[in-house]
Design a protein around this ligand. Structure first.
Ligand code: URP
Ligand code: ZN
Ligand code: ZN
Length: 473
């Protein structure tokens, strides 16, 4: 059904203006004033901002990890994402050494196909490079449209890849047109420090942070960035948590290396002291990299403002406090790493960022949507408001105040990392390809209605940089 959104303020990564939007066949058909179309439903966005739907470039839905499986799957996770104003997620598809990549991708299709309520794509984990992997990667890109690979530099004996694999992945990605993402922490040194802490009887959640110091994130970030420069390739550093890592990204970019950085709301508003909460509650805040000393937050906000970090991911990786996090009650290394953030990603950034004057409204849109669309081959179909783009839209009340709580959130987990925090701004309605998923704060979507997204290859020219014109498919 055709729809016309009236009376809202349109916000893109570059502009803020009053206009009406005509939605037809799931796309934005016209932008203007006094729009009309026979049979169109009129949506009154008076007092609201209208953003392109959020793109969350970093989620782990229904993922086996830490001896358990993340609690939010593609149904609850994407539903919660939609409530928070996210209309696309790019989830990490785990692979198994020695097994065909296509098996892993099929597993991820099976997890998502009947469940997702918003659109979605996959990044592919690379843990080894050999002839089989090299033979399969071109199909992964051309047939599956998976144009980003993830390499873990940490989680020794689980996901961690060695430097040779990282370097080869960067070199291969350069040839194939993929963006290499890294979890940048020095897994070998962390492994030594955690074993030492346990041997000394240090088992509480705070030792998760104390055995993963920021120097080890800075070191790994710098190493990956140098490899990217040497391979003349492209690198995206996920979940940057500290000044050490920001500096390494900034250094690399100053040298002209094609290096990008993502941070997450949790690192902007929470800090290491949360891991010291009594009664094992610190376990709720155990993820990697860990929360840092508070002073790092200013460095992260500045990096977002100045463009040294370019995206906000949620790193959604949710586990219940009771029954999952408590696997590590006697040993912090057994606490499943990760937290529930997908729903509050936009609200947190809007409230703490825009409302507090740390970033502009247009930067907010760039950070939560547009830049990810450009980096991950979805622009301009996704990530902006322009004629021909998918009508993925958020009608957002910028003034409403609310308290975040597990009692009212839509994620499947039994706690919220931002419990009790007051935020300003909330999505009222959310549309994916012109159809409501959330209408007046009520869920009206349908599991399975989310579409799998084959993404375009990475190119330096795709992101804003060279102003290349891209066709809308
Ligand atoms: O602790 C985290 N971040 N869990 C998810 C996996 C990862 O490292 O991104
Ligand atoms: Zn990670
Ligand atoms: Zn992650």
């Amino acid at each position: 059904m055709k729809k016309i959104i009236k009376n809202g303020i349109i916000v893109t990564a570059s502009d803020t203006f009053q206009a009406e939007l005509l939605i037809e066949d799931g796309k934005i058909a016209q932008i203007g004033s006094n729009l009309s179309a026979i049979g169109a439903e009129i949506i009154d966005a008076n007092g609201c901002l209208v953003f392109p739907g959020g793109i969350d470039p970093h989620t782990h839905l229904d993922m086996p990890f830490g001896g358990t499986v993340t609690k939010d799957d593609f149904e609850t996770g994407t539903m919660a994402a939609a409530f928070g104003g996210t209309t696309t997620v790019i989830d990490f598809c785990l692979t198994n050494k020695g097994k065909p990549l296509k098996n892993a991708i099929q597993t991820w299709h099976d997890k998502s196909k009947e469940k997702a309520v918003i659109d979605y794509g996959f990044h592919l984990m690379i843990s080894e490079i050999n002839d089989d992997v090299l033979n399969e990667l071109p199909q992964v890109i051309d047939e599956e449209g998976i144009t980003s690979f993830k390499v873990f530099m940490a989680y020794k004996n689980v996901f961690q890849a060695d430097d040779e694999t990282l370097f080869q992945t960067l070199a291969t990605a350069k040839d194939l047109g993929a963006l290499v993402m890294v979890h940048a922490e020095n897994g070998d040194v962390i492994d030594y420090l955690t074993k030492k802490a346990l041997a000394e009887g240090k088992t509480e959640p705070i030792y998760h942070a104390l055995t993963r110091p920021s120097e080890l994130e800075g070191e790994a970030t710098g190493r990956a960035a140098r490899f990217a420069g040497l391979a003349n390739s492209q690198l995206y550093v996920v979940h940057v948590s500290c000044e050490d890592a920001v500096q390494k990204i900034a250094e690399a970019r100053n040298k002209g290396f094609d290096v990008w950085g993502e941070t997450c709301p949790q690192y902007l508003v929470l800090d290491q002291s949360y891991l010291e909460k009594p009664n094992f509650e610190g376990a709720k805040y155990v993820w990697s990299p860990p929360l840092r000393e508070k002073w790092n937050q200013e460095a992260l906000w500045n990096a977002l403002k100045c463009g040294q970090l370019q995206t906000i991911g949620s790193d959604q990786c949710s586990f219940d406090f009771k029954g999952q996090k408590d696997l590590g009650r006697d040993d912090f290394t057994k606490i499943p790493n990760g937290g529930p953030i997908i729903e509050d990603r936009l609200s947190m950034l809007f409230s703490e960022g825009v409302k507090k004057g740390r970033i502009s409204l247009n930067q907010f849109v760039d950070l939560t949507s547009t830049r990810a669309a450009k980096l991950f081959g979805l622009f301009p179909k996704k990530g902006t408001i322009t004629v021909g783009a998918d009508a993925d839209l958020v009608i957002f009340d910028p003034n409403v105040e609310r308290i975040i709580s597990a009692e009212t959130h839509h994620m499947a987990v039994d706690y919220n990392a931002f419990e009790g925090m007051k935020v300003t701004g909330e999505p009222v309605s959310v549309l994916v390809r012109g159809e409501y998923v959330v209408r007046d704060k009520q869920f009206v979507g349908k599991p399975g209605s989310g579409q799998y997204l084959k993404r375009a290859k990475y190119s330096m020219n795709t992101p804003l940089n060279q102003g290349e014109t891209l066709s809308i498919k």
